[in-house]
Design a protein around this ligand. Sequence first.
Ligand code: ZN
Length: 203
Amino acid sequence: MKLSDDKIKYICLITVLFGILSLNFYNFEPKEKKIRDIEEGDYVKIKGYIQSMKVIRDWCGKIQDIKYIKIGDNTGGDLRIYPSKDIEKDLIEYIYSYTPSIKEGDLIEVVGTVEVFNGIYLIHLKDLKNFKLLEKRNFKRDIFLSPTPTGIYASKYGKIYHTSNKCPYGKKIKEDNRIYFYSEEDAQDLGYRKCKWCASKDD
Ligand SMILES: [Zn+2]
């Protein structure tokens, strides 16, 4: 059989198209893997429990910046998820779209390409759809400080809270150094004890 130039061109075109298609298919289908088995360059889908979250909080306790989220799946090792700057705000919004918010212990799924840096395995999260909560496991409630004055306050340098504005000990705390709680329960859950003077005025 003699191949004409046109036929050769045609065959080349088909081969290239087929190649591009299969390459795309390969790229767009992440492999489900255990953290133990991941390697640099793998395009993977990983299920894991949040072990820790490296975040910066504002003074009320709300997450302001996320540096990374570390997950593990009990197969050994861990994986860090670094959100890119342009999706960071959306990720924070997603985290707070649950009550209580997504936190340590929750089961999540992440899709991305594995990178290795200084022996640390990580995925750069560039699209929020590649991160999702699979199962809420940690139901510990979120506690935030009040941004405006309430009747329950403490010094940000101490561990005693006050409930009376007449308290001689409470009065000593400068306005700039005061933090305010929404409830006494919040204060106690954050590790604060009630001032004895304020407690004696309760009944
Ligand atoms: Zn007091």
